[in-house]
Design a protein around this ligand. Structure first.
Ligand SMILES: [Zn+2]
Length: 143
């Protein structure tokens, strides 16, 4: 499970250093630095970096939203990215697991890890259409 960080744990009207955020949320400082790369806003570019509590709160709310985003059509949830991802077109296979269920196997377009999604065989033709939506682009590139 993706870790959830309570956005309300930080105070909106104070500034936090990277170490203070790390302490508050019991994470490594590198995690906070990764948040900065993912869009957490710092007050300015002077070191030590300071982050406004209200910005941190907004970012953590967003982060929860991102982690909770359901898969859109043509996406599979990537366990490594912890996010719905479009699979690499050439990696997609549909396998029947039983008389009623099948499994889509594919690789994540972003991190290239294997992804899995179970589906009812009844849905096969619909799913194949969803995952084929982006096929023409791929063929164009190869052609
Ligand atoms: Zn991935």
């Amino acid at each position: 499970m993706a870790k959830r960080y309570n956005p309300n744990k930080c105070k909106i009207n104070r500034n936090y250093s990277i170490s203070e955020i790390a302490l508050l949320y019991q994470v490594h400082k590198s995690t906070v630095k990764a948040w900065l790369k993912r869009g957490l806003i710092k007050i300015d570019s002077q070191r030590p970096y300071l982050i406004l509590g209200s910005d941190l709160r907004l970012f953590l709310k967003d982060l929860r939203g991102i982690n909770k985003r359901p898969c859109e059509l043509g996406e599979i949830f990537c366990m490594k990215c912890r996010s719905p991802r479009i699979p690499e077109q050439e990696s997609i296979t549909f396998e029947a697991e039983s008389s009623t269920y099948g499994r889509i196997k594919a690789r994540c377009e972003v991190c290239h890890s294997s992804m899995n999604r179970y589906f009812r065989l009844q849905e096969l033709s619909v799913l194949q259409r969803h995952f084929a939506v982006i096929l023409p682009l791929q063929q164009k590139r190869l052609g």
